[in-house]
Design a protein around this ligand. Sequence first.
Ligand code: PNS
Length: 161
Amino acid sequence: MRSRIAVYPGSFDPVTLGHMDIIERAAKQFDRLIVAVLHAPSKVPLFAIDERKRMLRAVTEHMPNVEVDGFGDLLVRYMRDRAANVIVRGLRAVSDFEYELQMASTNHKLHPQVETLFMMTSPEYSYLSSSIVKEIAKFHGPIDDLVPPLVADALRDKYRA
Ligand code: PNS
C-alpha cells in the first residue's frame, strides 16, 4: 500500500504552540508528516531558514514520523518531488478562511491530485500567531505560554536590549 505522506507548509517564524498543536495531531493521521519551512528570499524573516528548521527539529524530535525540511519553490512542485498529496493547514478563525480558500483552490488548480486538509486549531491557541508572539517578545512581554521553551529563549536573545 502507498504510504500516506502529508506536508504541513508554513513560514514558522517562529514555531508556536498553535503550530505544535497541528503538528502533533496531524502526525497521528499520516504515516509521515513533512513540516516544510518556506524559504522566500523576498521576505525578511526574524529567524533565518536554518534557525527555523533547527528549532522545529528540536521541538519535534519526539515524533518519529515527523520530518522537517525547507522549500523555496511552488508548494505543489515540492509536493510532487516528495510524492506527497495532502497539504495540512490549521484554521484558527473565520478570518483565516478567505486566504486559506484562495491558497487551497490555487494549489488544486495547479495540481488536482493534491488535497488540502484543514484542521481546526485547538481553541486555546485560536488567537495565536507568530506575528503576535514576535510583537509581545519585542516589548519583552511574557511569551512562555505561547511558544516552546527553546523558542522563547531564542526570541529573548533576538530582542535582548
Ligand atoms: O505560514 P504561512 O506564511 O501562512 O504559510 C504560507 C505558505 C508557505 C503555505 C504559502 O505562502 C506557500 O505555499 N508558498 C509557496 C509558494 C506557492 O506555492 N504559492 C502558491 C499557493 S498560493
